[in-house]
Design a protein. Structure first.
Ligand SMILES: [Zn+2]
Length: 383
């Protein structure tokens, strides 16, 4: 049966050739159902049972959950099917074709991370259900690059359970057990307009924001004194003030001001508590000011991730790769798989420096070690 599955390179080519861009800009956003159908066909031909799970709010996007073997425990190999948008004019090669040059595979999604899905299927093509004491799953998610809606829907449904998970995001084949979270919030202040010649006529939202910014920076210093983790290149939580808009005229008291912030918490800092602290910090600062405060999340946010150094999946991943585990600066879907009870490692063949860049590539020399790694991992965990 497995003869009918295309070769590894043909699978990668088919995935790169099928655009599946996620973007918060609706004119750029695309569905992923064609990719899901390609994967579903290959996996069914390999003997997997396949479920396609359309996203509740957007049926043009779906997750795929494929299972080989029976019973509890087991291992999930996971990757996202979408890519970021690309600026075709900046590319030397066609981003939607697979180009082999300089011992590399060029194309949008080669590193981040369509190739991983093909590598996982290639690694599993010879494995039979009867060989497995515990099941192996392939999970392909939708919409990772925008809001992680696919992984969130999967976590909310709470039906996929396994002992371990590996997410093949680009880590240079180094096991990753930690990343920071992401929280982006809009702080909107509503005051009152009036003629600039008489401050008593209005209530300046811009001046109120000045006080809020001061308190935010004090709060940031406090967080950075309290939380510290030397495994990260930037060992403290960060808070960036990234956007501000307020007012329209020098002779008008500013009635409205809006600030957008980006907070990157370390493991151990829970998003709901941080949001409560943030709101408390702003409302106490503006107590009795007559300014109305609205705090709106700009995205669902991603929790920080940590799997302990002595967890078995980390030890196995370290042993099989010969690399010690560490932390990365980017967020992944790992927190959602952890919510489902899986001990999770992030480990994949690409390099994050090539992701989200023109002429994204995967080094050809990464293919064979990845296939071997995945086969050894399945052998260690599932047989
Ligand atoms: Zn990715």
């Amino acid at each position: 049966m497995s003869q009918s599955i295309p070769s590894l390179l043909d699978m990668i080519e088919a995935l790169i050739h099928t655009p599946s861009i996620s973007s918060s800009r609706p004119e750029l956003d695309q569905g992923n159902r064609e990719i899901i159908d390609l994967l579903a066909n290959w996996l069914e031909d390999t003997g997997f049972s396949v479920e396609i799970m359309p996203l509740p709010d957007n049926p043009s996007k779906a997750n795929l959950i494929a299972m080989l073997g029976q019973g509890t425990g087991g291992l999930v190999l996971s990757g996202h099917t979408d890519t970021v948008p690309c600026d075709e004019g900046q590319w030397k090669y066609n981003p939607f074709a697979l180009t082999q040059a300089d011992h590399r595979l060029y194309g949008l999604g080669t590193s981040d991370m369509k190739s991983f899905l093909a590598l996982a299927i290639d690694a599993l093509r010879e494995i039979r259900s009867a060989d497995l004491a515990e099941p192996v799953f392939l999970l392909a998610t939708a919409d990772e690059e925008t809001g992680m809606a696919g992984a969130q829907a999967l976590a909310a449904r709470d039906t996929l359970h396994a002992r371990y998970a590996l997410i093949g995001e680009p880590t240079d084949l180094r096991p990753v057990r930690m990343h920071k979270g992401i929280m982006m919030e809009s702080i909107h202040l509503q005051g009152q307009a009036g003629h600039s010649s008489d401050p008593g006529l209005g209530n300046s939202a811009l001046e109120a924001m000045y006080r809020v910014i001061h308190e935010l920076l004090v709060w940031r210093t406090g967080l950075q004194e309290k939380y510290h983790n030397p495994l990260f290149a930037v060992p403290v939580p960060t808070l960036n003030l990234g956007y501000i808009h307020g007012g329209d005229n020098p002779n008008r008291i500013c009635p409205e001001c809006e600030l957008h912030i980006d907070l990157r918490p370390l493991p151990g800092m829970a998003l709901p508590e941080l949001r409560d602290e943030l709101l408390h910090c702003i409302t106490t600062t503006l107590q009795d000011s007559g300014i109305e405060v609205t705090l709106v999340p700009l995205s669902a946010g991603v929790p920080a991730m940590e799997t302990s150094a002595d967890n078995e999946i980390i030890r196995i991943a370290e042993r099989l790769t010969g690399n010690s585990s560490g932390a990365v600066a980017f967020a992944t879907e790992a927190p959602y798989l952890q919510q489902l009870g899986m001990n999770t490692v992030v480990l994949g063949p690409g390099n994050i420096n090539q992701a989200h860049q023109p002429d994204e590539y995967l080094a050809l020399e990464r293919l064979e070690p990845t296939t071997k790694l995945l086969q050894n991992l399945v052998k260690t965990v599932c047989t």
